[in-house]
Design a binder for this molecule. Structure first.
Ligand code: 5GP
Ligand code: MG
Length: 178
């Protein structure tokens, strides 16, 4: 499928699953290298990262613990935004090496606000692994440790990412048609 329609919008394929798999595998190899002999816990950020996390962990050559968290963001007067944990992490992070698994870092505001919440749980180290980043849009001082792909500033769907709740199921990534 080269073109899909979701609600009122058309999207065109911009990245095939084959390309995504190559990039996710390469990212996993970096994580395999850096976490040799360690015992990290991976925190998959719902909903968007579910597909990325499922593929990423299957390319790892160690046995990470895997847990899930969900945060909601509120638009307020505060320019840096605010996020709250709406589905909490039940596993203790105290003293653990944490790898956050996120779908996409756009302005970076979500991850910027999530980091202190996890730091407060006593993690020994926290790194961010994301599938995609739009470097042009970064608004905060955020280090993304592992990024599978950098993309231009366009709205995308598929491979876990949605438009108004739909489109997450596609194995490829699609960009909003111009
Ligand atoms: P940030 O806080 O970095 O601006 O935004 C991060 C969140 O915005 C991502 O986790 C994702 O849910 C959403 N987001 C950002 N860009 C896109 C996009 O192109 N497509 C979709 N579907 N969601 C996006
Ligand atoms: Mg997200």
């Amino acid at each position: 499928m080269h073109r899909i329609h979701i609600l009122d919008k058309d999207f065109e394929i911009s990245m095939t699953n084959e390309t995504i798999q190559q990039k996710v595998k390469a990212l996993a190899q970096r994580i395999n290298h850096d976490y040799q002999g360690k015992n990290p816990i991976m925190v998959c950020i719902l909903n968007g990262a579910f597909m990325f996390a499922a593929d990423l962990v299957r390319y790892l050559d160690f046995q990470p613990e895997i847990t899930f968290a969900r945060f909601s963001s509120y638009e307020g007067t505060d320019t840096t935004g605010k996020v709250t944990e709406v589905m909490g992490i039940t596993t203790s992070l105290a003293g653990r090496d944490v790898i956050i698994v996120e779908d996409i870092v756009d302005t970076g505001i979500t991850m910027y606000n999530v980091l202190p919440l996890l730091e407060n749980k006593g993690a020994a180290s926290i790194k961010i692994a994301c599938l995609l980043q739009k470097p042009e849009k970064l608004q905060v001082d955020l280090t993304v440790d592992y990024c599978a792909m950098e993309i231009p500033n366009d709205f995308i769907v598929g491979y876990g990412l949605d438009y108004d709740g739909f489109g997450r199921n596609y194995k490829d990534i699609y960009t909003l048609a111009k």
